[in-house]
Design a protein around this ligand. Structure first.
Ligand code: ADP
Length: 216
């Protein structure tokens, strides 16, 4: 293309017909196919881009947060709030572990979680019996959220994450850290303190506190 034509195109001064003629010959000379073929190809690329964009727009990023939640504490709720900020949907899953003897039944733990999370429209609560990765797949989640309080959690969590990756390579474990004020908090400590009638109201929501009082 001559410099004169190029400058004319840049300035937008060329009449439509002349512009098309210049573009046609430029495309044919430089790209080895006709201008019509190029337009068809561009349309295809644009269509593909629109399809890809619209499909990624509608992909919801769903994760599950499995645990015993016996009972739910402010530490768990801190992790859930962080997960809600990062993902479109969070499924909080009460693990039914036949080898454990929880204080609260599965139904009670689900109910206490639901009450704690009733204002979070991106969160659902359910329970499952079996492999976490299987449940993740069943609900359409691509990630597993786990909370890391301190180094002592790390070894066990690391082992579990690697095992889950072996079982299902397409499910990723994501670790989140709670606020420092919850790093020493766990459900066992809460149950023990409550059994001794200590005040645990700073660590659990009021309705969980009420439910605990009824157990002891
Ligand atoms: P725990 O009995 O130790 O509270 P759960 O099985 O109920 O444990 O915990 C489920 C997940 O939540 C685990 O990843 C655990 O590390 C995490 N978690 C429990 N308590 C806290 C807390 N206070 N802060 C952050 N994460 C927590």
């Amino acid at each position: 293309m001559s410099e004169k034509s190029f400058n004319e195109i840049k300035r937008g001064k060329l009449p439509q017909k002349k512009l098309q003629k210049i573009l046609k010959s430029y495309v044919e000379k430089n790209f080895g196919f006709t201008y019509e073929q190029l337009s068809a190809e561009s349309t295809r690329i644009e269509a593909k881009r629109l399809i890809v964009n619209s499909s990624t727009k509608h992909t919801t990023r769903k994760v599950i947060y499995p645990g015993t939640f016996d009972p739910v504490t402010y530490g768990h709720l801190d992790i859930i709030t962080r997960a809600v900020d990062l993902f479109d949907e969070v499924v909080v899953t009460v693990a039914v572990n036949p080898t454990k003897k929880p204080l609260f039944t599965t139904e009670e733990r689900v109910r206490l979680l639901k009450e704690s999370l009733k204002d979070h429209h991106k969160v659902t609560v359910d329970s499952f019996n079996g492999l976490v990765v299987e449940h993740a797949k069943q609900v359409g989640a691509t990630g597993i959220i786990r909370g890391l309080r301190q180094i002592s959690d790390f070894e066990f969590e690391f082992q579990m994450a690697l095992m889950n990756r072996k079982l299902a390579g397409d499910i990723t474990t994501i670790f989140l850290m709670p606020h420092e004020r919850y790093t020493y908090l766990n459900s066992t400590v809460i149950r023990n303190l409550a059994s001794l009638h200590a005040d645990v109201s700073n660590f659990i929501p009021p309705h969980v506190h009420e439910a605990l009082k009824k157990k002891f």
